[in-house]
Design a protein around this ligand. Structure first.
Ligand SMILES: NC(=O)c1ccc[n+]([C@@H]2O[C@H](COP(=O)([O-])OP(=O)(O)OC[C@H]3O[C@@H](n4cnc5c(N)ncnc54)[C@H](O)[C@@H]3O)[C@@H](O)[C@H]2O)c1
Length: 259
């Protein structure tokens, strides 16, 4: 068995949405460390540029592109600019997602707010898959990684928009695997448990952390690089016969906001 190419991403180009911070940033860093050209895309261009600079300072190759995933013209521009800069796209990490945080009681939000969560979490991912697939097919290599959540399978109050949008990502991923498989494009999803990023810091308290750890066999919360490890597995040739899967990276347990 020749293991030398299992994690080799040299010559491949990866787009990471929401790549400036948190899980997206760690994903950019790990993909660059294993040789990929990385497009750090984010609607916070200043932070995206910082992340890209750090990667390049560590010997990687990356650029920053301004992209709000809820705007179709920004998604088209992201793909066009990536092709102009690097000439191919082999990896897409559909990482942006938001909503939830226990603020989605149907008594408090309206249907427009519910729609917005699906636009950000589901529609943008589907559309970006559609835009990158022809380039991946041409490149002869494609791996799409969609960021889901433990919320996609947990059941809690005041999180119905976020949780159902993440559940939609899981099943969209399983179904798109059939559409894209014949073109040699794999598509998988990752469901992080509670992971220490800015997003989590807006809701985490010491009491909540303690409650979460009661239901977590590995006695700590996740770090962004824990999730990035799964991104690397799906992006790299080692997983070339893995598609339509959802992997939960959660310390072996579950962490919800209402424990
Ligand atoms: N942190 C967790 O505990 C956790 C748990 C489960 C799932 N997730 C999922 O992981 C993904 C990343 O979360 P995170 O915790 O790293 O978040 P984060 O807040 O740390 O970082 C999110 C990044 O995305 C960017 N962003 C936000 N909206 C955007 C938009 N519309 N267009 C472009 N960029 C945008 C932000 O500027 C930021 O750089 C999300 O899909 C989230 O649902 C996170």
């Amino acid at each position: 068995m020749d293991t030398s190419k299992f994690f080799d991403l040299k010559g491949k180009t990866a787009i990471v949405t929401g790549g400036a911070n948190g899980i997206g940033k760690a994903s950019c860093e790990i993909l660059a460390a294993f040789g990929a050209n990385v497009v750090v895309s984010d609607y916070n261009l200043e932070d995206a540029k910082k992340t890209s600079k750090e990667i390049n300072g560590n010997g990687g190759k990356s650029i920053a592109i301004d992209c709000d995933v809820t705007k179709d013209e920004a998604l088209v521009n992201l793909v066009d600019k990536t092709m102009a800069e690097f000439g191919s796209i082999e990896i897409l990490v559909n990482n942006v997602g938001g909503g939830g945080a226990g603020k989605e009681s149907p008594y408090d939000i309206d249907v427009e707010q519910f729609k917005k969560v699906f636009e950000m979490n589901v529609f943008s991912m589907w559309r970006l898959c559609q835009l990158v697939a022809p380039h991946m097919e041409k490149a002869g290599y494609g791996s799409i990684i969609n960021m889901s959540s433990m919320a996609s399978i947990n059941k809690s109050p005041a999180i119905s928009a976020y949780a159902s949008s993440k559940a939609a990502i899981n099943h969209m991923t399983r179904n798109l695997a059939f559409d894209y498989g014949p073109a040699n494009i794999r598509i998988n999803a990752i469901g992080p448990g509670a992971t220490k990023t800015h997003a989590l810091s807006t809701v985490l308290t010491p009491e909540l952390e303690k409650a979460m750890l009661k239901h977590t066999p590995i006695k700590r919360l996740g770090e962004a690089e824990d999730i990035a490890g799964a991104v690397l597995y799906f992006a790299a040739p080692i997983s070339s016969w893995t598609s339509g899967q959802v992997i939960f990276v959660n310390g072996g347990g579950e962490q919800t906001l209402d424990m």
